[in-house]
Design a protein around this ligand. Structure first.
Ligand SMILES: [Cu+2]
Length: 134
């Protein structure tokens, strides 16, 4: 089931910021990480991120096909900038064909988190990867 992001934006924004995150991340120090989405792969397929480093995650579809970045465990292990929370629905970022979506995110919990594109059959065809938060 796919829900419209806007109806849930307010609710999700409340969950996007863990209560433990007392100090707001300095988004001006965000490092840009670009993730290209094609048929059917992410490039790079392994993201290496540092705990408590703010990132500007740039998801870009290089093809005329919709894809998404589905990473609920990763997004749950950090904080999304409140202004970008509406772009992440249930841990998934939808990217229209040829489009680009930017989400500012700071990982706060080290770990290895899998991500994939949950469009029909895309992960099976290779559209998946791993985010390592050090
Ligand atoms: Cu896809």
């Amino acid at each position: 089931m796919r829900l419209r992001p806007f109806a849930l934006a307010a609710t999700l924004a409340a969950f996007a910021i863990p209560a433990a995150a007392q100090t707001a991340p300095d988004w001006s120090k965000a490092e840009t990480v670009t993730l290209s989405m094609s048929n059917y792969a992410f490039a790079p397929s392994t993201l290496t991120l540092k705990t408590n480093q703010p990132y500007k995650l740039v998801f870009t579809s290089t093809v005329m096909k919709d894809h998404d970045f589905n990473a609920p465990e990763l997004f749950a292990a950090g904080a999304i900038a409140p202004e970008d929370a509406g772009k992440v629905s249930k841990g998934t970022v939808e990217v229209d064909d040829g489009g680009t979506v930017t989400v500012r995110f700071v990982p706060t919990k080290p770990g290895t988190y899998n991500f994939d594109c949950d469009h029909f059959m895309h992960a099976m065809m290779g559209m998946k990867g791993t985010a390592v938060v050090q």
